[in-house]
Design a protein around this ligand. Structure first.
Ligand SMILES: Cc1cc2nc3c(=O)[nH]c(=O)nc-3n(C[C@H](O)[C@H](O)[C@H](O)COP(=O)(O)OP(=O)(O)OC[C@H]3O[C@@H](n4cnc5c(N)ncnc54)[C@H](O)[C@@H]3O)c2cc1C
Length: 403
């Protein structure tokens, strides 16, 4: 999907979303992280009743099967969504974890411990199941055994939802949805709802379907010939994503994922290792550990201010971390470098702004539902995001200078 940016720099990126049962959990980075309790407490404080950590924690527990931290009172072991903390880490990841802790960042063994300090260096949990396969949401919540048992469940693959069927012009009520066979525009169907319609097509397609349904900003919709049922300028206007800037260093080929490309015999060995016991490079997630922080705790020289216990309390909305540096033993930039995957491999610090203030948008370019929308990610359009990004990058460079 092509996207632009409303910042002063004109550029386009190719973005991906998962187009399958399980959506983007079929292609994502596997990280299983529930965030800190303060995040949910902030929602409750903002008026979202029953969304505090106390309210959501039982649902997290109910939905998961934590293979590595099942004895923790805050983790579940009876749910369908399996996750685990893969123990085998690349040496470069272990080195960076050591440096971060020497720098004063507490080392945690469990990233999803709600009582842990908010400033932490942690090995990451991943949605990898007992057989060391990706545990996508369809594998967890829609297994074949359940689908074949449920008589009232129909899954229509190869179709797209084009719009909601608005009832009598009242956008607060729908009769159902219109769907089309993706490969054949002439096969159009109406699905009637007897109770309710839940629209959950991801961060881009959800507003796109609302806009096609005539719920959105009146003028631009009229301009492309969409009949407007509700003038709602906010639809598609508050797109947010966390920006990550990769900083890549050379690493020993044997100490990076690139060894699979550079040494065919090693690749065969790793393949057999994975097939026989689920272990090795192919059984690990790419982002293996991270450092999370509140950027306000870093001074201009990338030193940590001394922290009071209250500043580390994960239940407080004021303590939610705003930067993350992830450790990846691979070249995670979109550039190729001479000699990479031949004589050397890559190690990347992925410097991430966790709480961006910038907004982008999703807009229709035509009334044809098969046309991709104009997706403006709005990266760094709010200057407030630049300071945390710079601090995350400086932190990465500081860690690198100590390797
Ligand atoms: C490259 C990448 C890496 C990521 N890494 C991580 C990670 O490590 N950890 C993490 O927690 N999150 C990660 N994420 C984010 C995470 O995967 C998403 O937040 C999550 O999948 C969103 O779920 P969703 O159901 O809202 O949307 P999606 O997963 O995008 O699912 C939307 C579904 O709707 C379908 N759909 C779209 N349009 C239509 C239509 N018109 N009609 C019918 N169906 C439609 C799509 O085919 C898809 O199945 C990553 C995302 C990406 C893209």
């Amino acid at each position: 999907m092509a996207v632009g940016s409303s910042s002063s720099v004109e550029w386009q990126l190719t973005m991906v979303t998962g187009k399958a049962l399980g959506g983007s959990t079929k292609i994502n980075g596997l990280i299983y992280h529930r965030s800190v309790p303060g995040e949910y407490n902030a929602w409750q404080d903002a008026g979202r009743k029953n969304w505090s950590w106390q309210h959501v924690e039982p649902f997290f527990k109910k939905s998961e099967d934590s293979l590595s931290h099942g004895t923790s009172p805050s983790r579940g072991i009876e749910g369908p969504w399996q996750n685990q903390s893969v123990k085998e880490h690349f040496a470069s990841v272990r080195t960076n974890v050591k440096i971060a802790t020497e720098f004063g960042v507490p080392l945690l063994t469990e990233a999803n411990d709600p009582g842990a300090p908010v400033v932490a260096c942690t090995p990451l949990d991943a949605t990898i199941d007992r057989e060391n396969h990706r545990c996508s949401t369809d594998a967890a919540f829609l297994p074949r055994s359940l689908v074949s048992r449920r008589r009232n469940l129909n899954i229509c693959t190869g179709t797209i939802c084009t719009s909601l069927d608005i009832k009598d012009g009242n956008p607060l009520e729908v009769n159902g949805v219109f769907i089309e066979v993706e490969s054949d525009v002439t096969q159009r169907y109406h699905v009637t709802a007897t109770r309710e319609v839940i629209l959950c097509a991801g961060a881009v397609a959800t507003p796109q379907i609302l806009l096609f349904s005539g719920i959105g900003p009146e003028r631009p919709l009229k301009e492309i010939g969409v009949k407007v049922f509700k003038d709602l300028p906010g639809v598609g206007a508050r797109f947010q994503d966390h920006i990550s800037v990769p900083i890549m260093f050379k690493a020993l080929l044997d100490n990076s994922i690139e060894v699979l490309m550079g040494k065919p015999l090693t690749a065969v060995g790793q393949f057999l290792k994975y097939i026989l016991n689920g272990k090795g490079i192919l059984g690990q997630q790419v982002q293996q550990a991270d450092v999370v922080l509140r950027s306000a705790l870093l001074d201009d020289n990338t030193q940590l201010y001394s922290m009071e216990p209250g500043e580390l309390d994960a239940s407080k909305p004021s303590n939610i971390p705003d930067i993350e540096v992830m450790f990846l033993s691979v070249n995670a930039t979109d550039q190729q470098f001479d000699g990479i995957a031949k004589s050397f491999g890559g190690f990347t610090y992925l410097c991430t702004v966790l709480r961006p203030q910038s907004y982008g948008s999703v807009q229709l370019t035509s009334s044809d539902p098969r046309q991709q929308p104009l997706w403006d990610i709005g990266t760094l359009t709010n200057e407030a995001d630049r300071v945390p990004l710079q601090k995350a990058m400086k932190l990465a460079l500081m860690l690198a200078s100590n390797v």
